[in-house]
Design a binder for this molecule. Structure first.
Ligand SMILES: Cc1cc2nc3c(=O)[nH]c(=O)nc-3n(C[C@H](O)[C@H](O)[C@H](O)COP(=O)(O)OP(=O)(O)OC[C@H]3O[C@@H](n4cnc5c(N)ncnc54)[C@H](O)[C@@H]3O)c2cc1C
Length: 384
């Protein structure tokens, strides 16, 4: 695996940077920066996804035959970095990153034809229904029940933390179809139309940074059996696979946040003067910058290694957990340092570092907390 960037990689980076300049409307960026949590409307997200789609960049992780971008790990890294630096809409719609890979791998030909084109074109908006009020890290204890009745399931229960659930046309959901087998084995994966009678979306008040989240309540919701992916009892396995892949994306997001904070801090430290010199000339500040640059370089290697293993078809469960654990940790640590380097201005929205600090925290929580990443890593170490 070559971890150096080639001239083509740098040319690609400039292409992405210039494209963002031409296509990311200033008003949209201003709307994002004005909103307390950095939120955008569905229309903004749809605009952005359609704009990316004109370049073939909307689905970096998809195979080309389904409309994917076929990026190399270096290009993927540089793409995520440029997007993070420009503060573009951070949330990649779930349809693209989470449900589509499951449909591609485990869905029937009918399901692929029915769902994939609409996901790519933003015609159908998805949200993810894994977590429940009593099941987050311990996903296998989920209780939303789907009881089979002929060609349908009847679903009852509550999902929570459903990002963008208020806009969603569809939810991909983990449900318990068998209560008599071991916890993980009784779970199935259903694609549920959010307009089905019996579904209610209740917003959860928001958070600083991160996303807009909801609860989704199911009361006697009728779901065709044809909307199940794979056989009954395989849902947990599919979900774990999507989470492994998703972790590389969150690690890249965390790395983008850390790199953005580093560059803003570096720039500021060269301009701001105290005690007769630029603050970067004070060793305490220079050492902070040195720590940041070192950690970012280490995290970059880890993210690219995980992405490379995924591309090669090698098992990447451990490397993706390590990349997420480390990249999210340094994102948190160094965004705090970037605020410190900005002094009082670090608290001012226009300087942007306080936003990055708030955005960093969530990368240690969603798609599996840092503690859960350590469980994945330690299990793999102890097994060998
Ligand atoms: C902004 C946001 C968006 C989200 N979006 C979605 C979404 O769209 N869809 C969705 O399904 N979910 C979503 N989530 C949920 C997210 O995945 C969970 O919050 C996360 O998995 C943690 O679960 P929990 O909140 O129930 O915490 P808990 O599982 O209750 O964990 C609480 C603490 O205990 C620790 N802990 C738990 N078990 C262990 C253990 N065995 N050993 C050591 N420590 C442990 C955890 O690491 C954590 O620190 C979102 C969350 C947030 C905050």
């Amino acid at each position: 695996m070559d971890l150096n960037f080639s001239d083509e990689d740098f040319a690609f980076q400039m292409e992405v940077r210039n494209w963002i300049k031409d296509n990311y409307p200033a008003e949209m960026k201003a709307r994002k920066q004005r909103s307390p949590g950095g939120h955008l409307s569905k229309e903004d997200h749809v605009y952005w996804q359609k704009a990316l789609n004109t370049k073939g960049w909307v689905a970096p992780g998809w195979p080309v035959e389904h409309g994917g971008s076929n990026f190399t790990p270096s290009q993927r890294y540089l793409f995520d970095l440029e997007m993070a630096h420009a503060d573009t809409p951070a949330i990649i719609p779930f349809g693209l990153g989470m449900v589509a890979p499951v449909i591609m791998k485990y869905g029937t030909e009918e399901q692929k034809a029915k769902y994939l084109p609409d996901i790519l074109d933003t015609n159908v908006w998805w949200c993810q229904g894994y977590s429940e009020p009593g099941a987050g890290s311990d996903l296998a204890s989920l209780r939303t029940k789907a009881v089979r009745q002929g060609d349908h399931y009847i679903v009852n229960g509550t999902k929570t933390w459903n990002t963008m659930g208020q806009y969603a046309d569809m939810i991909f959901c983990l449900v318990r179809t068998d209560v008599d087998v071991k916890q993980q084995e009784g779970i199935s994966f259903l694609l549920i139309d959010m307009n089905t009678p019996g579904i209610e979306v209740r917003p959860i008040v928001l958070l600083d940074g991160g996303a807009e989240v909801n609860e989704v309540w199911f009361t006697d919701v009728k779901v065709p059996k044809a909307n199940r992916i794979g056989e009954d009892g395989f849902g947990f396995k599919f979900a774990m696979k999507t989470l492994s892949g998703g972790r590389i994306g969150i690690a890249a997001q965390a790395l983008g946040i850390a790199s953005g904070a580093y560059e803003l801090a570096l720039q500021y430290s060269k301009q701001r003067k105290a005690f007769g010199t630029q603050i970067c000339n004070h060793q305490a500040i220079a050492f902070k910058l040195a720590e940041m640059a070192t950690d970012i370089e280490a995290a970059r290697h880890m993210v690219m290694k995980a992405a490379w293993e995924k591309d090669q078809g090698i098992n990447y469960d451990t490397s993706s957990a390590m990349a997420k654990l480390f990249a999210s940790r340094i994102a948190m640590k160094h965004t705090v340092e970037a605020v410190q380097i900005h002094g009082g201005n670090g608290f001012v929205k226009d300087y942007h570092v306080e936003r990055l600090m708030r955005d960093a925290k969530i990368t240690q929580i969603y798609e599996g907390t840092s503690e859960i990443q350590k469980m994945v890593i330690s299990r793999s170490i102890l097994k060998n």
